[in-house]
Design a protein around this ligand. Structure first.
Ligand SMILES: *[C@@H]1O[C@H](CO)[C@@H](O)[C@H](O)[C@H]1NC(C)=O
Ligand SMILES: *[C@@H]1O[C@H](CO)[C@@H](O)[C@H](O)[C@H]1NC(C)=O
Length: 418
């Protein structure tokens, strides 16, 4: 790690233009991306803040797509600078932010003032926009003392831009990436005159890298820890507890009914706490637009299905104890359960993808999901078949539901309450 830092230091000394600045370049033919970002910050004596000057150079395609860079680890909470050029070759920059994996929005009350300085398109097929973010250090994810400040970038190469204005609606990015910046180099020395740093495409990246510059991981902020709990609790609910409860009700071994009820109550508690932890990300402006985003949309639908399942489960139980046989409600309860298990697994994976979870979690998800598919589609149907044969031989009347039929506890205590 040391030697890597040294190399970076040397590269910086050898290639840095006059005045401290940092440059990050990415070229990825597969993602269709080619851009360079250089940055330098200056202490503004009149405001006592750090003004961040940026030059973003990218392949010039007027009227098509947008390109953005952001200070932060994830879209949520990042300060993002979106640039676009319209059909008339007018370029704009707009500073935006978002609370989740939703289209970033312009919010002048919250966001440091950002202004376009110049546009340079003298080189064929390449356009550089220079802009400044005044008192940019007022943004939480801007860490002036960090040698490893996480940044993100994203671009969309296809969105049509007839007329670009600062708050044009963004379509989803089709490529994205992460990089790390040594902000101590960006801060530079305040005696330099304030101005946008040039781009030196030949030099490539210096003071910045696609991989972390130091070993120390950046301290997790509180929103990301509530996000981790959200992920953990919903993973637990939809991939462990609910399936375990469903297995109990299919196998119908001793005490299965109590196990089923306990597991599903635990799962539902984990689910509701997990949803509550992220509900705040849905409460800001643009609520309805955010619902169109697949993960929160499915999550909301699942929450409603889980609520319905509680009612259906209880209703089925009352009917079953009274009539000693399965009813239509039983069938609805079972099918709703199947729907919850499959949609829940899908939405958990989408959540992992949105949160940029480590591949270990995705492998773990894949392992559990594969296990459950085999269990529910192959193993359990066979066991169930042999189970019901045995049960029929043992006792026609109980129909495998003996445990539930004798479990009046729930019903009686409920009736005593009302
Ligand atoms: C300092 O900040 C103010 C307000 O954001 C800005 O108008 C001014 O140009 C800045 N000064 C310099 C030297 O950049
Ligand atoms: C425009 O960008 C090119 C390449 O980075 C640079 O060589 C040139 O000096 C710039 N021109 C102006 C006017 O800034």
């Amino acid at each position: 790690m040391k030697s890597k830092l040294n190399r970076l230091g040397c590269a910086f000394l050898a290639c840095a233009p006059v005045g401290a600045s940092v440059q990050y370049c990415a070229k990825d033919a597969e993602q269709g991306v080619d851009f360079c970002l250089s940055m330098a910050a200056y202490q503004n004596d009149s405001t006592d803040g750090s003004d961040l000057y940026l030059t973003l150079g990218a392949v010039d395609r007027p009227g098509e797509g947008w390109m953005a860079v952001g200070i932060g680890e994830l879209m949520a909470g990042s300060l993002m600078f979106v640039t676009a050029t319209d059909e008339n070759e007018k370029s704009i920059v707009s500073a935006r932010t978002t609370r989740g994996h939703f289209p970033p929005e312009v919010n002048p009350e919250l966001i440091p003032r950002t202004a376009m300085i110049s546009v340079n398109s003298t080189i064929r097929c390449w356009r550089e926009v220079s802009f400044v973010c005044y008192s940019c250090d007022s943004w939480a994810s801007f860490q002036p003392k960090s040698t490893n400040n996480p940044w993100i970038w994203a671009s969309n190469g296809y969105q049509k831009n007839e007329h670009a204005d600062e708050d044009f609606g963004l379509q989803i990015h089709n490529s994205l990436g992460f990089f790390y910046v040594d902000m101590t180099e960006v801060m530079g020395d305040s005696s330099q005159p304030a101005g946008p740093p040039p781009i030196d495409r030949v030099a490539g990246s210096y003071g910045a890298s696609a991989t972390p510059l130091t070993d120390e991981s950046t301290p997790k902020s509180s929103p990301s820890s509530s996000r981790s709990w959200h992920g953990f609790l919903l993973f637990l609910a939809f991939l462990i507890l609910y399936p375990a409860g469903a297995v109990a009700s299919i196998l119908k071994r001793r005490n299965w009914f109590h196990i089923h009820v306990c597991m599903q109550i635990l799962g539902t508690s984990a689910c509701f706490i997990g949803v509550a932890l992220q509900a705040s990300s849905l409460t800001s402006a643009g609520l309805w637009r955010r619902f169109l985003d697949a993960h929160p949309f499915l999550g909301t639908l699942l929450t409603l299905l889980v609520l319905a399942q509680l009612v259906l489960g209880y209703w089925h139980h009352v009917e079953f104890v009274r009539k000693q046989k399965k009813t239509t409600i039983t069938a609805i309860h079972i099918w709703n359960g199947r729907l919850i298990l499959s949609l829940g697994a899908v939405n958990t994976l989408m959540g992992l993808m949105y949160a940029r979870a480590s591949s270990t979690w995705k492998y773990f998800w894949g392992f559990i999901a594969a296990l459950e598919v085999i269990l529910f589609l192959v193993v359990l149907p066979r066991l169930e078949a042999s189970n019901s044969r045995k049960t029929r031989a043992d006792d026609m009347a109980t129909n495998g539901g003996g445990d539930e039929a004798t479990a009046h506890l729930l019903l009686e205590s409920e009736e005593a309450n009302s």
